[in-house]
Design a protein around this ligand. Structure first.
Ligand SMILES: [Zn+2]
Length: 80
């Protein structure tokens, strides 16, 4: 459940910053003012959004429980 708690914390932080009309790009940590017409928010640019999507692909943001029933071990290369 730790990962889920962290997610709620992140969302709460995001709402807090939105109220201040300030967002922090998750990729480059640059502070930006909220722009409703920015299609890449909360990222500052398309580039940062794509970088974050790349991190998804590399499983940094793996959703807890998605494949927890498949294998609990992270040592998938544990063959003899
Ligand atoms: Zn950025």
């Amino acid at each position: 459940m730790q990962k889920i708690s962290n997610l709620y914390l992140l969302i709460a932080l995001e709402i807090f910053l939105m109220k201040k009309k300030l967002i922090i790009c998750p990729t480059c940590k640059k502070k930006n003012t909220w722009q409703a017409n920015n299609p890449f928010r909360p990222f500052c640019s398309e580039r940062c959004k794509l970088i974050d999507l790349g991190e998804w692909a590399s499983e940094k943001h793996r959703i807890a429980g998605e494949d927890a029933h498949k294998t609990e071990s992270s040592d998938e290369e544990d063959k003899e």
